[in-house]
Structure formats: C-alpha cells, structure tokens
Design a binder for this molecule. Sequence first.
Ligand SMILES: Nc1ncnc2c1ncn2[C@@H]1O[C@H](COP(=O)(O)OP(=O)(O)O)[C@@H](O)[C@H]1O
Ligand SMILES: N[C@@H](CCC(=O)OP(=O)(O)O)C(=O)O
Length: 397
Amino acid sequence: MTFQVNREDGLFYRQTLFDQARRVVIKVGSAVLTDADGLNQEVIDNLAREISFLCSTGREVILVSSGAVAAGRQRLGISRQPGEELRVKQALAAMGQGLLMQAYEQAFGRYDQLVAQVLLTHEDLAHRDRYLNVRNTIYTLFEFGVVPIINENDTVSVKELRFGDNDTLGALITNMIGADMYIMLTDVDGLYTANPVTDPGAEPVYTVAEITPDVECMAGHTTSRLGTGGMQTKIRAARMVSVCGGSSFIGPGRNRDILRQLFSGDMVGTFFLPARDKITSRKHWIGHVLRPKGFLILDDGACRAVRDQGKSLLPSGILEVRGDFGVGAPVHCLDRRERLVAAGLINYSADDTRKIKGHRSSEIAGILGFKDSDVVIHRDNLVLLDRSDNIAPRDVA
Ligand SMILES: Nc1ncnc2c1ncn2[C@@H]1O[C@H](COP(=O)(O)OP(=O)(O)O)[C@@H](O)[C@H]1O
Ligand SMILES: N[C@@H](CCC(=O)OP(=O)(O)O)C(=O)O
C-alpha cells in the first residue's frame, strides 16, 4: 500500500522526529481514562509519572484530557442512558471537571510538577483575539514550567458549536501553539486496517506517510461505550496536524511506559509523518478553526483554478451562493457534486456575491455600483480542503 513507508524508514523517521520534538501535545481519551466506575486513578497516576518524565527532559507538554462527564457520573452514581440529553452531560461535566483536576493535581504533585486548568469552547478559538489570548496564556504557563491541562468547556458549549470529541480540540491546540508532535492515547494499540474490535483480520499500521482516502477508509467509529468519534476523528486530527507541519501518533494509553517507549524509539502504535506541503498557521485557522457562514458552488473551471493552479476565486466561476453572510465571512467552496474544495474569507456579502456570480470582474462596478476587489476570495485567504476536512454541517452555522 502506497501510503505506508517500510519498517526501517519508519523507524528512522520516528526516532528523528521524537528526538527533535521539543513541544508536545498529549491527548488522552475517555476510553482510556474512564471505566464503568468512573475515573481510572491508576491511568491518571501513570500519566502524571510519564508526563513529568517528559518535562524533566526539557520538553514543553500540554495534556488534553477528557473525563469530566465520567467523573460527574461516578459522583452522582447514575449510569449512562442511551440517547442521554446534552444538558445532562453538561451538568455531569460541571460536577466532574473539578474532580478530574483534583485527581491530576494530586497525581502530578507526587512529582512536584505544577499543572493548570484551561477550559475552551469553539468560540474561543474562532475569534482571532481570543485565539491569540489563549495562545499567550499557554506560552506563559510554559515559562512557569506548568503543564496546561485542557478540556472542552462542556457546560457552556452550545450543541452546534461543540468540538464534541477531544481529538479535534487537541489537533487545533497543537497547531495553535506550533507543537512538533500530537500524541493521541486511546484504548487500542494504534490504527488497524479495520476496526480490530469487530474485525479479527485487521492488521496494525505502523507508519503513515500520507493520509490518503485508503487510510480514511480504515477508520471506523467508536465501539466503546465511553469514547467519542473513534478512529475517524483521530485520522482527521492527524491530517490537520500534518498539513501544518507536525507529526502525530496514535497509541495505547494503558501501556504503562508508553511515553518512555515512544521517545526511546520503540515501534509501538501508529505514526503519521508531517505533510510535504505545509500551510501557515493563519491558513490553518481559516480552514480548520472557522466554521463556514455560507457556501459557494463552483463550476469545474473555478475548481481547477483554485485547486490545481493556486489562483484566487473570480466571480465568473461561482454557480450558486448559499447562506447570508457579510464581507470577510468564512465560507466553504464546493464543487458541482457538493464535495468540499476550499475554505476562504470572502470579499463580498452574500447579497452582492449573488449579484456578481457568473460575471466577469470588469462588470462588478457596473452591477454593484462599487468594486472592492476583482476577486471574490483572494488566494492568500483561501485554503484547500478535501472531503475529510468537512466538519461543518452543509446548512449554515
Ligand atoms: N481502523 C481502526 N483501528 C483501530 N481502532 C478503530 C478503527 N476503527 C474504529 N476503531 C475504534 O476506535 C476506538 C477508539 O476511539 P474512541 O473510543 O473514540 O477513544 P478515545 O476516547 O480514546 O478517543 C477503538 O476502541 C475502536 O473501537
Ligand atoms: N469533554 C468530555 C469528553 C469528550 C470525549 O469523550 O472525547 P474523547 O476523549 O475524544 O472520546 C469530558 O471531559 O467528559
């Protein structure tokens, strides 16, 4: 299979990238942290030991941790019901987040490692000033030698704008702070060619050079009662990190020495190499953090110009405009079959874009009575996406 590299090359890449990684984000999922009785204290103690060890090697580490809902459930003594309402989960998270932090505070305390709680909503990352504030806070915590422990602020997150799974949140944080590596610890040994829980013939994948549609097809949803998103959200997260130049890893969170093993070059779990063509942090923010306020359907020529020739989007290539948005809003560009092509910040409002669609740039001033730009989306504000980046519902946010 073309997306995989051979074992020797894989080992070499891993060793080099782990040696060089100075800033690392570690995400630990509900499937590992929690069991039927709530938080698994042994896993928390072990994580604290392993992360304190990494910090002692001079690395800056962030922990993205789930577990608030499970901890709240444990304290209230109520079991999980099928189709549980969001408000119930939010109430459980409100109870459990404090308990989760208490568990970490104690566990890290044994190694004299300081920790801090950072709770985020999607809105915090979608507003550029808030995004930069969060980043500065994290950098300052690093200066103090503190490990930030991040979770979604479940209690205030509205349904439509939730990260939902912490895989995505961890990837956004990795790119935001320019971390070298994103480590996702879960309840399976890594990525398999199919879900190993349901398919006994599934084989482990060690090193992924490029996240092709073949790789995406391997990923199934979660079969655990505790996790959210399964491998699908992990692969998408790995892809987001890879296009920004970082590497990712998926591996077994219950393995006692997992971080020591990884950083000493053991061949465990699945490693994803950085993409060859990386995008800037600003383009990452446009394409992966912002949710679209509208959609543009493009003709084939416009898709080719944007995707293959790196050009700006002209009004002549737009077939249809969906949604109601203002100047500067984030929009998604789709092809005729409604497959995702790109995301960008638009130079005209929805009403004005509807008026100029299908026309030449030289006609804009005549139609609108003004012309702010020849192009509808400038290529500096345009980032290519594909099917697997589609995190937004097709109706407008
Ligand atoms: N191809 C695959 N390889 C490995 N695991 C897979 C695959 N497809 C689906 N899975 C599922 O993904 C689960 C891990 O994801 P999830 O339950 O969301 O964990 P977490 O809480 O750690 O994020 C595994 O338990 C497994 O059921
Ligand atoms: N934010 C929620 C967890 C979300 C969640 O389950 O995510 P994941 O760990 O990716 O399966 C909590 O703290 O309980």
